[in-house]
Ligand binder design. Structure first.
Ligand SMILES: NC(=O)C1=CN([C@@H]2O[C@H](COP(=O)(O)OP(=O)(O)OC[C@H]3O[C@@H](n4cnc5c(N)ncnc54)[C@H](OP(=O)(O)O)[C@@H]3O)[C@@H](O)[C@H]2O)C=CC1
Ligand SMILES: CC(C)(CO)C(=O)C(=O)O
Length: 325
């Protein structure tokens, strides 16, 4: 049966993966907001370094989740959430609620940060909640125009409701991996998805904060500045140590593929210069994902008595940076 997929938040990441899910044979509906008019008229103008250039026309485009719900009485198999994670402004659970069919719809969260799954899993206890980390560089440069310049890999894992560290892999994780893989996306199943989220944080928080706060913006300019490179490395090491204490060495680094701070810095130097997605938000005057990338991590570490002075300082400064009009 053709899986019915609803993508909520069809910006850069949402459009890229919606496109690949349709290529894999999925029936793809997209919720579009500021790009609604452009996408309904002309589709998405996809410019991808790895998949080529094409016009992607979702099977259906809706202006709201309610509209998408009314149009599909049989319900959706998957809701793929690709909004920016801004819990202080929008509750993801409220946003997707109209389209959730109990015990049927699997929610897949493709977002940065930590602590993003709990509110969704708590609200929909009968529905599978899949956590997904995107290693990708993609930007919507104009409404409906998507520039994919870097990577594209996804790592999946089930959100573990009871908090146990041992993770099982329910069928939903395997089926979404199979589908994305058929669309040409390199996918993996995480041994421990939360440990992987913290590993991603070792990049996102230090590079994101340094980029926004120093104004050096792109990865090469930051790493070419000795003081900035030192600040980034020390913050990465702090997060790495905190994650080791939090998850235990069997999970962090565990069997991997967790990447050490030094390996991430080497990889970042070797890749093309890149502005973190949080910097794109900052320069556009859009809200930044400060709470999920910094705040939730600081709170989680505090709860467990793990000191993270650098991250705390970066959190405070990023909050202040986010207060501009
Ligand atoms: N871009 C990248 O390279 C990477 C991004 N990520 C993560 O992926 C997630 C998505 O990022 P990205 O695609 O870059 O973000 P974008 O801003 O490009 O896309 C988010 C989309 O969600 C829409 N949206 C937000 N709130 C709502 C709402 N309430 N109802 C309907 N639509 C909504 C936005 O609409 P509108 O335009 O109207 O605001 C926008 O189209 C983030 O968590 C990000 O950190 C992770 C790795 C890399
Ligand atoms: C690490 C990177 C650059 C790619 O996954 C990213 O997550 C971002 O720009 O926010």
């Amino acid at each position: 049966m053709q899986p019915r997929i609803l993508v909520v938040g069809t910006g850069a990441v949402g459009a890229l993966y919606a496109w690949r899910l349709q290529a894999a044979g999925g029936h793809v509906s997209c919720i579009c907001r500021s790009n609604y008019e452009q996408v309904t008229k002309n589709g998405f103008d996809m410019r991808s370094f790895s998949f080529g250039n094409a016009i992607f026309r979702p099977d259906r485009v809706f202006a709201s989740v309610q509209e998408a719900t009314d149009a599909e009485p049989a319900g959706y198999h998957y809701i793929i959430v690709c909004t920016k994670a801004l819990p202080e402004r929008v509750s993801t659970a409220d946003l997707i609620a109209p389209a959730m069919t109990e015990s049927k719809t699997a929610v897949v969260l493709i977002q940065n940060g930590v602590g993003i799954e709990q509110p969704v899993a708590e609200r929909f206890p009968q529905n599978p909640c899949v956590s997904c980390i995107a290693y990708v560089g993609v930007t919507q440069t104009a409404p409906g125009v998507i520039e994919h310049v870097l990577l594209g890999d996804l790592t999946f894992g089930p959100y573990n409701r009871d908090g146990a560290t041992e993770q099982t892999r329910p069928a939903d994780v395997d089926s979404i991996i199979k589908l994305m893989s058929s669309g040409g996306i390199k996918c993996s199943a995480a041994h421990h998805i939360q440990a992987m989220r913290w590993n991603k944080l070792t990049w996102n928080a230090p590079f994101g904060a340094a980029s926004v706060l120093t104004g050096l913006h792109d990865t090469h300019t930051m790493l070419d500045n000795t003081e900035c490179a030192k600040l980034i490395k020390e913050a990465m090491e702090e997060i790495w140590q905190a994650a080791t204490m939090m998850f235990g060495p069997e999970n962090f680094p565990g069997p991997g593929p967790v990447t050490s701070p030094m390996a991430q810095i080497t990889r970042t130097r070797a890749a093309a210069a890149y502005k973190p997605s949080i910097t794109v938000d900052y320069t556009n005057g859009s809200p930044m994902e400060v709470e999920v990338i910094f705040g939730n991590a600081v709170r989680e570490a505090k709860k467990r008595g793990i000191p993270m002075p650098r991250l705390e300082l970066l959190y405070l400064m990023m909050r202040i940076a986010g207060q501009r009009s």
